[in-house]
Design a binder for this molecule. Structure first.
Ligand code: SF4
Length: 535
């Protein structure tokens, strides 16, 4: 753990590299325990200092073993880093790559904590809820033992980064980072802890409420798996709220099963905060996996028609649709997505709900239905803060300057320029209308280049899962067309090092193509405009 200089903890001699065993007699197993227990005003901390001269964290601790290390554990970013998803299960793959996952050593179960002195008690008196000044290592996630028929991680190609194959299923990360869990590994002690520490809201992968069907979808033994409805009842009775998700797999949990599942979930209102229905994402790497069909445009239309009356009824009653469909359903069906309120989508945007509206946020006039629908997908491709690629020095586009830019679409450019936007197949449908509008600006030649996913196959159409090799192909095409600026979706990059899924660095792309400026854009239509004008 790290200890902030001048904090309560530092003033009492707590040092980085030490270990907190217990507070007020309760064991400290992880950062949630620490936060929970440190909220009191008077703390008796059982603490093991590091040996003289040892200031480095030794390793992560195993789950449930009291005593958190005081080290430089990197706090994971929010799940928004997971980026655009094609089916909720896909989120697992991406979030594992961006969150504070175990090191390779930790994944091997290495334990190296050996060099500590004898424990001692430290008493700290502070205002209630004042921070201790201790930051401990990120939670080492529990692994998932399910074998979901639609699991995106199982559909990964070989030779990707190791964390992309890690399946986590940990209620603690559900609370701290909004990770979806199936709750199949929750013990009675876990449930008691959730209730006792008020770990609310949680994020629950439901998929189907009929027990047998759910277990078939999760690939688990129904006799050894708790019925989810019992788990949800336990939570709701103790006022633990939850968001839910359903990965819709045609022929499995659509139609009557979907209706029953939504009915069952609705019975948990007000503990149920929202439920997102997401179409299954299928890659070409499904050898040996159960046969699944993609959601067709026709089925997408049927699902919209099925869920709409429920949305209307719940909205009239509660001011919230509760049952939300991922934008992809509307894109597939060619239908207008609902005009969600920010409150409705804030916890489900990572599931692709409301991303279309988010893409057009701040744009001066609403685009056509198709444009709006496509925009949602492109928003993932384009990201929220424009970041300059390879040190090109382009200004970051903030929300504020985006809105300003949107109000000031110029009639002409001082210097003519050719710009290409690289994106996935769905993103291209969104961006085309934007390009048509911006091509009215004299001197601007804006083209959208749609990239097929060579890593996952044509069925994976979102931009956030495109590998660097595909962007390189697009870049060459843009260069052949004489582009001087290429914009690509920021969500295709790992945030902390601008690395694509196939390990290619954005810097490498830029270095290999010095005559063309490459810029990653995070955000929507306004951010794209800002990036074009800032060049
Ligand atoms: S819960 Fe299912 S979809 Fe999620 S990681 Fe585990 S097997 Fe994959």
């Amino acid at each position: 753990m790290s200890v902030a200089a001048g904090s309560c903890a530092a003033r009492k001699g707590i040092e980085a590299g030490g270990r907190v065993l217990a507070i007020n007699g309760s064991p400290v197993r992880d950062e949630i325990d620490l936060l929970f227990l440190a909220a009191d005003a008077r703390l008796k901390i059982m603490y093991v200092p590091p040996l003289l001269g040892v200031r480095e964290p030794c390793s992560r601790l195993c789950d449930g073993k009291p005593g958190v290390l005081l080290g430089g554990g990197k706090r994971p970013p929010s799940t928004s880093a997971a980026g655009e998803k094609q089916g909720a299960s896909m989120a697992c793959a991406l979030q594992n790559d961006t969150l504070g996952k175990p090191s390779a050593a930790a994944l091997r179960g290495t334990s190296g904590v050996k060099m500590h002195s004898a424990p001692r008690q430290i008493v700290i008196v502070k205002p209630p809820d004042a921070p201790l000044g201790i930051e401990i290592e990120a939670i080492r996630p529990r692994g998932c033992r399910n074998k979901c028929v639609f699991c995106f991680i199982d559909q990964n190609p070989p030779r990707l980064r190791r964390p992309l194959y890690f399946k986590d299923e940990d209620f603690r990360l559900s609370f701290t980072h909004g990770h979806y869990i199936t709750a199949t590994n929750l013990t009675r002690a876990d449930l008691d802890r959730i209730a006792g520490q008020r770990l609310s809201p949680l994020y629950i992968s439901v998929h189907a409420t009929p027990h047998e069907l759910r277990c078939r979808m999760l690939g688990v033994n129904p006799a050894k798996t708790p019925d989810l409805l019992d788990v949800l009842r336990f939570l709701a009775d103790r006022r633990i709220e939850f968001h839910a998700q359903i990965v819709l797999c045609p022929g499995w949990n659509d139609g009557v099963a979907l209706e029953r599942t939504l009915d069952d979930l609705e019975s948990f209102l007000p503990a149920l905060l929202s439920v997102a229905v997401v179409p299954v994402g299928l890659t070409v790497h499904r050898e040996g996996l159960p046969r699944l069909e993609p959601v067709t445009p026709r089925l997408a239309g049927e699902v919209i028609a099925q869920v709409q009356p429920r949305q209307k009824r719940l909205r009239r009653k509660l001011g919230h649709r509760i049952a939300l469909l991922a934008d992809e359903f509307y894109l597939l069906a060619g239908a207008e997505p609902p005009r969600y309120t920010p409150d409705e989508i804030s916890s489900q945007i990572e599931n692709g709900v409301g991303m279309i509206a988010d893409f057009w946020q701040g744009w001066p006039s609403r685009a056509t239905t198709t444009a709006n629908a496509a925009g949602a997908t492109a928003s993932s491709a384009a990201g929220a803060t424009a970041s300059s690629a390879a040190g090109t020095g382009a200004a970051a586009a903030t929300a504020a300057n985006s809105a300003t830019a949107a109000r000031a679409i110029p009639k002409s450019l001082a210097q003519p320029r050719r710009v290409a936007i690289l994106t996935g197949l769905l993103g291209a449908r969104v961006l085309e209308p934007l390009a048509a509008r911006l091509n009215k600006v004299r001197g601007l030649d804006l083209r959208v280049i749609a990239l097929e996913n060579s890593l996952y196959g044509r069925g994976v159409t979102v931009s956030g899962l495109l590998p660097g090799a595909d962007f390189e192909r697009g870049l060459e095409s843009a260069q052949a067309n004489g582009a001087d600026l290429v914009l690509l979706p920021g969500n295709a990059l790992r945030p902390h090092d601008n690395r694509f899924l196939d390990d290619l660095l954005l810097d490498d792309l830029q270095t290999r193509h010095p005559s063309i400026r490459v810029q990653a854009v995070h955000g929507g239509a306004c951010d794209i405009l800002a990036a074009i004008l800032s060049g």
